[in-house]
Write a protein that binds this ligand. Structure first.
Ligand SMILES: [Ca+2]
Length: 257
């Protein structure tokens, strides 16, 4: 019976399209809409039920997406916690390799740092050439703010420094070594006296040790070493180092701006 009503409605629509002009057709469509929403429409209950089912489905899909977002956020938090733990373990236990060597990530294979990011796979799985390992956080135009934690060697006793990397590019003949130039701005306020200083620095970033090593800029022969932990690309620890004895005589916490 309902199919017959539908067929009759379609036939009426077809007849109206043939016999009426645009205005008549608009009126006819308005009548059809009115009929569809009225209680006389034999399909009204089914349509209402389907609308409700679609609303319930949309609601469930919304809940599923919200749950998926929550799961992704949790996974990112767990990954961050894992990164922190790995960084702490490496900091406490070291990498298990000698000074100047790189651990292939398997806990026991060590290769020389000059073989890291030299465009040849030297670790069994190519870990020494992976994107994460060959990432230099001290890239050109990056700006780092350093806060002195301890200082038993500088004459100015600065509280803060601003380090701007002006250029960083791998050496042509040694890709494991990034040649870096930088500018340092120092500020110190001691006993009512305010002191400022600017230096130009030259140094190297080694992918194999994740260390930025700046040569001493002044006659006091104090260099700067900054260690990236391989996990937190916006934070690093630095030291002022006596060139003669390699003693770390000041510690600086760096944060990228
Ligand atoms: Ca290599």
């Amino acid at each position: 019976m309902r199919r017959l009503a539908l067929v009759l409605a379609l036939l009426a629509l077809s007849a109206a399209q043939r016999s009426c002009g645009p205005e008549g057709l608009q009126k006819f469509y308005a009548k059809i809409r009115e009929f569809a929403e009225s209680d006389d429409n034999p399909f009204k209950d089914e349509v209402d039920e389907q609308d409700q089912a679609i609303s319930r489905l949309e609601s469930r899909i919304g809940i599923i997406f919200a749950e998926a977002d929550k799961a992704v956020n949790q996974a990112e938090k767990y990954a961050q916690v894992l990164d922190n733990l790995e960084a702490q373990v490496e900091g406490i236990e070291g990498t298990g390799c000698e000074v100047g060597e790189f651990n292939c990530g398997d806990g026991f294979t060590c290769i020389d740092k000059v073989l890291v990011c030299d465009k040849h796979n030297d670790c069994k799985d190519g870990y020494d050439e992976s994107e994460g390992v060959c990432f230099n956080p001290f890239e050109t135009d990056s700006v780092w703010i350093g806060t002195f934690i301890t200082d038993s060697c500088t004459t100015r006793q600065p509280q803060n420094m601003k380090l701007t990397i002006t250029d960083a590019h791998p050496q042509d003949y040694l890709h494991s070594d990034v040649s870096v130039t930088a500018a340092i701005y120092l500020e110190a306020s001691n006993f009512g006296e305010h002191v400022e200083a600017n230096f130009r620095l030259h140094g190297d970033y080694y992918f194999g040790t994740r260390q930025m090593v700046f040569q001493p800029p002044e006659d006091d022969r104090l260099g700067i070493i900054i260690q990236y932990d391989g996990h937190h690309s916006r934070d690093a620890t630095g030291w002022v180092v006596r060139e003669s004895s390699l003693e770390k005589c000041a510690e600086i916490i760096f944060h990228r701006q």
